[in-house]
Design a protein around this ligand. Structure first.
Ligand SMILES: [Zn+2]
Ligand SMILES: [Zn+2]
Length: 355
């Protein structure tokens, strides 16, 4: 089958012919129907994130945002059947550790990151293996078609968990999203659906226009103003209730926490780059004085997908609104290359793997 293979960090990616996966006894193999192209793939290709455990040994198949149709089922799988359409979280879980048993499978003690770790070859491929499928394969309701589901990849489900659970965003709260790439735009859309008044901050006008289309009540172009933090304080009349760093660079993280009012909550979704290597200096004394909460947010538990899928079924959330275009597998390397200069708006989704 065809797959996008990382042969060497930072060197051009290639579509290669590789063996089809075989299901482990507790796993299934899915034909990939769609897989979002994400900045996280770009980081993995660059060789970032060894400090996070997301640096696979090449050769490795990239891609971590798939939906698919089950084509082969391991002998010990009980709840997943051939032909079933499934969403596939990138955060594979064991289902047995205390965290899993307490509904926190996204931070499972035995976490395996699809497309990011040797144990889980990725999904820019005709087929992908899902280990421990009774936990990690999420059946899709009939009313959600493959195209819609393909928009639910990591940036959408991660933003859902960040806004609905970790940020606990509520009605009428001011939420400021720093960085309006795929994750940030998803966070804007989801926080708006949860009833918040959302402010988008970015350096590019076309991303901010998308943020407004997706429900932002105000936007700030940080390259046009002296101090984007002051702009947010002016717009919100004293600071945001919730801030989001959707990008993961020092500037956006710092600006996000500085945008909060007293008692505010910061949600860190973006992972840092090779510049920060996983660490950003923060005003801890202000966290004390203002009683700021700083929370991290990773992926989404398979057991809580149903909440998000219900909101999609009722039309409150629309993942297709984030999808900029569909591409075939041969275009994936160029799409990732374009991210080097932040030269993309919204999300490309690969939907053709065999052409
Ligand atoms: Zn576990
Ligand atoms: Zn992603």
């Amino acid at each position: 089958m065809q797959a996008v293979v990382l042969e060497e960090f930072q060197e051009p990616l290639e579509v290669q012919e590789v063996d089809r996966p075989e299901p482990e006894s507790d796993g299934v193999v899915a034909r990939v129907e769609g897989c979002g192209v994400c900045r996280s793939d770009w980081h993995c290709w660059q060789g970032d994130w060894d400090w996070f455990g997301y640096r696979p040994d090449p050769p490795h198949i990239l891609g971590h945002e798939p939906t698919g149709t089950v084509v082969d089922v391991g002998e010990d799988v009980e709840n997943v059947e051939e032909g079933q359409e499934i969403a596939i979280p990138f955060n594979f879980a064991c289902g047995k550790c205390d965290l899993c048993r307490n509904g926190r499978e996204n931070i499972c003690e035995n976490h395996v990151g699809l497309g990011f770790m040797n144990e889980a070859p990725g999904a820019f491929a005709e087929e992908v293996h899902i280990p421990n499928a009774d936990v990690n394969a999420v059946p899709l309701p009939d009313s959600i078609d493959a195209e819609t589901a393909a928009g639910c990849g990591c940036r959408f489900m991660t933003s859902y968990h960040g806004m609905a659970h970790r940020g606990d965003v509520g009605r009428g709260e001011a939420v400021v999203v720093h960085g309006c790439g795929g994750i940030g735009l998803s966070a804007v859309h989801i926080a708006n659906a949860l009833g918040a008044n959302v402010i988008g901050v970015d350096l590019m006008d076309d991303k901010l226009e998308r943020a407004e289309e997706l429900g932002a009540v105000a936007t700030v172009n940080a390259s046009d103003v002296d101090d984007p933090v002051k702009e947010v304080h002016d717009i919100t009349d004293g600071g945001a209730d919730v801030s989001v760093d959707a990008l993961g660079i020092e500037t956006t993280c710092r600006n996000a926490v500085d945008s909060l009012k007293k008692g505010g909550r910061h949600v860190q979704i973006g992972l840092t780059t090779s510049d920060e290597q996983g660490e950003v200096s923060l005003p801890t004394d202000e966290f004390v004085a203002k009683e700021i909460d700083f929370v991290g947010s990773l992926g989404l538990q398979p057991s809580r997908y149903s909440e998000m899928l219900d909101m999609i079924e009722t039309g409150k959330l629309d993942p297709t609104a984030l999808v900029e275009k569909t591409v075939d597998i041969h275009e994936v390397p160029d799409e990732l290359d374009a991210m080097t200069d932040f030269n993309t708006v919204g999300i490309p989704v690969c939907t053709d793997f065999s052409s």
